[in-house]
Design a protein around this ligand. Structure first.
Ligand SMILES: Nc1nc2c(c(=O)[nH]1)N[C@H]1C(S)=C(S)[C@@H](COP(=O)(O)OP(=O)(O)OC[C@H]3O[C@@H](n4cnc5c(=O)[nH]c(N)nc54)[C@H](O)[C@@H]3O)O[C@H]1N2
Ligand SMILES: Nc1nc2c(c(=O)[nH]1)N[C@H]1C(S)=C(S)[C@@H](COP(=O)(O)OP(=O)(O)OC[C@H]3O[C@@H](n4cnc5c(=O)[nH]c(N)nc54)[C@H](O)[C@@H]3O)O[C@H]1N2
Ligand SMILES: [Mo]
Length: 764
């Protein structure tokens, strides 16, 4: 049995160490750090051979982020954080059978995510019966019986909700949505609801398809790349290599962010000998430090200047768009004072940005959570599209809209039908293929599901992956909601906090990870995934499974379908489980763009899904044209004496999975309960660096939401803004504080009041 120093679960904030934020990202420390992590968890040999297969054409897809693989792979095509994700999954430790008797649920729920993740891989199904405080091992068959019994006893299929986190493969996602819809509901919430939903809503409306309009190759062909609300150095580290290549090919880069993130400033490439010494590559030619939520104003201000300078692409506008005249008229009334208040950015900087935009023939605009998690997120993204359309920057080489997705297969899951609001045509296709009815009424998204559980209309919670209660907002409300269910079920690789927040009965069903060999009746299987630029390819696990009787996600879902729907159900679940090719045959026939899927996905490097606007400037909107939209300017209000708080990721986490307690680039070590505030604001509010405070979130509902005991860090964020880590700060986001029309929790715009801490010692 491998040994590892037992993780400490008693770290207090008093140990937090703060130093200066880094000025550059990824170099020797990046690589060293990842190897250290990997060897500790996987062992030296396994880590070498596993990491070598990561993101190679015949290897497995990295489960960290959705950044694409380059057409020409390097020998080591992974980043520090990908290596951490692999090491975390390929852990040699196991949660052994006696663990469950030793640790009651009431104790586990007080443990940190860090501690839970460090217990090792889950290897057998466990069940917590009603009225008991312990999980206990249970057979697979019995476990499926428990779920099927609950599902069949519901008075309506809508009394169950089925969550997906974006690590699920295309094959598992397809089978999952088929099972859930055969059962009779569209309650298919997913992590997208909390992530890029605002993007999907805006793009569907403006260009007719909710996905990026660029391919990997476009980056090297761009004249200008704008990176808004995204921290690639931590969250998409391989993107830095792409940006570096684009810079060498002549692109300029503008970064728009309230924080001077290390990866946006300067990059030292660990894959090149020259990268690890010397000064590396400066990334951003212009850094616009704007106030949280000021992006809509910035986009409108730049669009206005483009129009005033007569720099629009009139032919493109006439041929491909509608709404330009109304947009021009609307922007004529844009007030400079409003722009200044919303952005906090001097007008000279906006002029410079506008000049760069006008001078560039090919422009890509990238964005991520800094834009999608605001109340006015959808219209903010629509303003990006407006600006791109003005100069024909969609559907040409080196240009386009580039939402950068989070989870490695979040986009593929949607393509496969994981969506609570399916298109009628998609459902019609399923009906035609399988010859049985499927529901069309929209189902519950993530926040709706919490409301349903809270109000008693949803009684069964089922999750394939993810960490629902830690990822959703208003933590105490969400926890309480799940505790009201009759049954909560998690399909997972490792323990997390959601598994300890249980319904009356609860199950944890362990599963194979993406690194592992997946053997079924017909032999070794592979799965497929889609990245953020619509490239679909196969992924082959390499390692021996963590335990002999672990089931794949596909197997779990097929067996559950058989138990729930009966052995005579017309969908061939048994065949699906035995041979994933049979699933892909159905994908070919029912998912647009996936025709001949089995062949195409086997090509080295896979294939790219068709995309009307990108490929041929064909716009699948209602009007058949790209829509230039008119949107009234919005930005988040912040009363005097308050700050706007955003919740972000540290360098040592993947969402709710905490790999370690350091955030190297931001100069934080040994702790996570920190709040970053501009020193001028700190002084004005009567606080100082090093103070310990409670964070209070203010909302008109009168409820005082509190996250206790945070160390104040004086930090060069934009004035009036603050930042703390997710998920520690999720308790501060009110459940009903959601983006208009997309429903995404507003995790980047919380009205914050600082108060001296009432208590001391709080768990990390
Ligand atoms: N290592 C690692 N990789 C990951 C993840 C992880 O947790 N760890 N998570 C994955 C997932 S699911 C996702 S969705 C992505 C997330 O990737 P990111 O979107 O980069 O993640 P966040 O940490 O939320 O960072 C948001 C960034 O936007 C900035 N920002 C916040 N508000 C605003 C605003 O109003 N305007 C502008 N212009 N900027 C703003 C913040 O300062 C920060 O730099 O990463 C994916 N990759
Ligand atoms: N305040 C605040 N809240 C946020 C955000 C924010 O920026 N601020 N970001 C939001 C975003 S962008 C997202 S995407 C969500 C993320 O929400 P989720 O996707 O629900 O959360 P994760 O932390 O990614 O889920 C990690 C868990 O997935 C399980 N897992 C890992 N690999 C596998 C696998 O191969 N199979 C299975 N079945 N399980 C596996 C493990 O048990 C692990 O603990 O959080 C959202 N919440
Ligand atoms: Mo995400």
């Amino acid at each position: 049995m491998p040994h590892r120093k037992p993780p400490r679960d008693d770290v207090t904030d008093d140990e937090i160490e703060i130093s200066k934020p880094a000025r550059w990202a990824a170099g020797i420390p990046g690589v060293m750090h990842s190897l250290q992590h990997a060897e500790q968890e996987m062992g030296a040999w396994r880590s070498q051979s596993t990491l070598r297969a990561l993101n190679q054409k015949d290897g497995f897809d990295c489960m960290s982020c959705a950044w694409p693989d380059p057409p020409k792979r390097k020998a080591a095509e992974f980043c520090e954080n990908g290596a951490k994700a692999v090491a975390w999954e390929a852990d040699r430790l196991r949660v052994e059978s006696d663990f469950w008797a030793a640790h009651p649920v009431s104790e586990l729920t007080t443990r940190s995510e860090y501690w839970l993740g460090q217990q090792g891989r889950l290897i057998e199904p466990v069940y917590k019966p009603a009225g008991e405080d312990h999980y206990r091992p249970i057979g697979w068959d019995e476990a499926f019986d428990v779920v099927a019994r609950h599902l069949r006893s519901l008075s309506s299929p809508d009394q169950a909700t089925f969550y997906t986190s974006g690590r699920t493969s295309n094959e598992a996602a397809y089978v999952y949505q088929l099972f859930v819809r055969s059962f009779g509901t569209n309650n298919l919430p997913d992590c997208s609801n909390m992530c890029h939903e605002s993007t999907s809503v805006s793009l569907a409306e403006t260009i007719g398809i909710g996905k990026a309009t660029v391919t990997y190759e476009d980056f090297a062909a761009a004249d200008l790349i704008v990176i808004m609300g995204q921290n690639p150095g931590t969250n998409h580290p391989r993107m830095l290599t792409t940006l570096e290549e684009a810079k060498h090919a002549g692109a300029a880069i503008v970064a728009v962010n309230p924080l001077p993130e290390a990866g946006l400033l300067r990059f030292k490439n660990p894959q090149r000998p020259a990268g690890v010494v010397g000064r590396g590559t400066a990334i951003a030619d212009q850094f616009i430090q704007l106030r949280l939520g000021g992006d809509m104003a910035l986009m409108q201000a730049v669009s206005k200047r483009v129009i005033e300078a007569n720099a629009v692409d009139a032919d493109f506008l006439a041929q491909h768009t509608q709404g330009f005249e109304a947009f021009r008229a609307h922007l004529a009334g844009l007030s400079d004072d409003d722009v200044a208040e919303a952005t906090g950015v001097p007008s000279a900087e906006i002029e410079e940005f506008a000049r760069r935009y006008i001078e560039a023939d090919r422009v890509i605009i990238c964005w991520a959570m800094g834009l999608t998690q605001h109340k006015h997120a959808v219209v903010t993204i629509s303003e990006i599209i407006n600006l791109l359309l003005l100069r024909g920057n969609i559907g040409k080489k080196g240009a386009g809209a580039a939402p950068i997705r989070g989870h490695s297969n979040v986009q593929g899951d949607r393509t496969m039908g994981i969506w609570e609001k399916p298109r009628p045509a998609f459902i019609d296709g399923l009906v035609k293929e399988f010859g049985i009815p499927f529901p069309k009424e929209h189902g519950a998204d993530t926040v709706d599901s919490v409301r349903g559980m809270r109000d008693g209309t949803i009684k069964v919670f089922f999750a394939v992956g993810g960490n629902f209660v830690s990822a959703v907002s208003d933590t105490p409300v969400t926890e309480d909601a799940v505790r009201r269910t009759d049954l909560s079920v998690h399909v997972a690789t490792k323990l997390n906090h959601s598994h300890t927040v249980v319904g009356n009965e609860a199950l944890i069903l362990p599963t194979l990870g993406r690194t592992e060999l997946d053997r079924q009746e017909s032999g070794e299987q592979f799965v497929s995934v889609e990245d953020t630029v619509c490239a679909v390819h196969s992924s082959h696990g390499r390692l021996e499974p963590a335990a002999a009787d672990l089931l794949s996600e596909v197997a779990i879902l097929c067996r559950l379908a058989r138990k729930t729907l009966g052995e005579n159900h017309p969908i061939p679940w048994r065949e699906f489980e035995a041979n994933y090719d049979t699933i892909r045959d159905r994908i070919s026939r029912t998912v647009p763009g996936c025709e001949d899927y089995n062949r195409k996905v086997r090509q080295p490097g896979g294939f790219t899904l068709p995309h009307g606007p990108r490929d041929e400037r064909r716009w699948p909107t209602k009007s058949g044209r790209a829509e230039i939209t008119v949107n009234d300017l919005e930005w988040p209000p912040c009363p005097p004496g308050r700050l706007l708080l955003q919740t972000i990721r540290s360098h040592d986490q993947f969402n709710t999975t905490i790999y370690g307690l350091d955030d190297r680039y931001r100069g934080v070590r040994k702790g996570r309960r920190v709040v970053f505030v501009n020193p001028v604001d700190l002084e004005a509010l009567g606080f100082a660096d090093g103070d310990v405070v409670d964070l209070h979130s203010e909302r008109r509902d009168g409820i005082d939401r509190i996250a206790e005991h945070f160390r104040v860090v004086a930090y060069p964020t934009a004035r009036g803004c603050a930042a703390a880590y997710f998920p520690e700060a999720n308790a501060l986001v009110p459940l009903d504080s959601q983006a208009d029309r997309s429903g995404t929790p507003t995790s980047k715009a919380i009205v914050l009041r600082l108060e001296p801490a009432r208590s001391h010692a709080v768990a990390p």
